[in-house]
Design a binder for this molecule. Structure first.
Ligand code: DGL
Length: 282
């Protein structure tokens, strides 16, 4: 069994990964809440999207990326991808039992807590919505709160947003897809929409426009990026691994399994950052 406990150090970086640029929506919350930490962002763009892969394929990619990030000295791992969390977090925790690992899963619990009518739409990839972990979570929250969930697989949406972020696709194409997926969910009377994919917060404005075109009601959008960053801070504190603010200036490094230019463009366009980015074959 692999252990990191003996060599983990507060000055080591935190590894964050996603199938592509979606995890940058989580990275921005981590940077805001833990500004002193060194971060490594890994975009598995050569294998994106994860949403249409088998569960085993997503597990294999997640384990390979985690091993790479640990080789780079990561002291903690953030699975900044709902699809990878639902499919692979169990395997990651089994492989690295002592590593602080934080996943992102669709915010069904916070949605049930804020919904006024108990009807909630969940937008996510097909792989996420078919995962046992998600279905168990839905049952647990439904039993506890009486909330009902309309699960809407948004096939192709993460990919479209990725292309839009890279400037390859006009926002119009994304908006047409949002209309197709969101309209039927709103028609079922939901008052809350869970953004169950880390790509979706990057088109929050377009989602809000789509919603306004269909209803005057207030529809609350739920994104768990901020809660993930809070949980990461808690785990680092519990393990004594939080980097001190008096350490050197924090560093950010990007890695991608596809085009370096594309990830650099996404960093600049989505977060206004220009970190070094390197290509890796993992
Ligand atoms: N950003 C991802 C998620 O949160 C993955 C999307 C995909 O690769 O299909 O699910």
């Amino acid at each position: 069994m692999t252990s990191i406990a003996s060599n983990a150090h507060p000055d080591a970086p935190i590894g964050v990964f996603d199938s592509g640029v979606g995890g940058l929506s989580v990275l921005r919350h981590i940077r805001a809440q833990l500004p002193q930490e060194d971060l490594i962002y890994f975009a598995d763009s050569a294998y994106a999207p994860y949403g249409d892969k088998t569960e085993q394929q997503v597990i294999d990619r997640s384990l390979a990326i985690a091993a790479y990030l640990l080789e780079q000295g990561a002291k903690a791992l953030v699975v900044a991808c709902n699809t990878a969390t639902i499919s692979a977090i169990k395997a990651l925790r089994a492989r690295y039992p002592e590593l602080p690992i934080v996943g992102v899963e669709p915010g069904l619990k916070p949605a049930a807590a804020i919904s006024r009518n108990g009807k909630i739409g969940v937008l996510a990839t097909e792989r996420t919505l078919r995962g046992d972990k998600l279905l168990a979570l839905r049952e647990q929250v439904s039993n506890a709160t009486g909330a009902t969930f309309v699960l809407q697989p948004c096939i192709g949406l993460a990919d479209r947003i990725e292309q839009c972020a890279l400037g390859n696709d006009p926002l119009d194409a994304t908006s047409a897809m949002l209309e197709r997926y969101i309209a039927p969910v709103l028609a079922q009377g939901v008052d809350t929409l869970v953004l169950g994919c880390t790509h979706y917060p990057f088109v929050q404005d377009a989602i809000e426009r789509t919603v306004r075109a269909h209803t005057q009601e207030t529809i609350t959008l739920v994104d768990t990026g901020e809660a993930v960053a809070r949980q990461l801070a808690r785990l680092l504190d519990a393990a004594g691994l939080r980097r001190s603010s008096s350490s050197d200036a924090p560093r950010l490094q990007g890695y991608t399994t596809a085009s370096v230019e594309s990830l650099a463009t996404a960093f600049a366009g989505l977060l206004d950052l220009q970190p070094p980015v390197a290509h890796v074959a993992v």
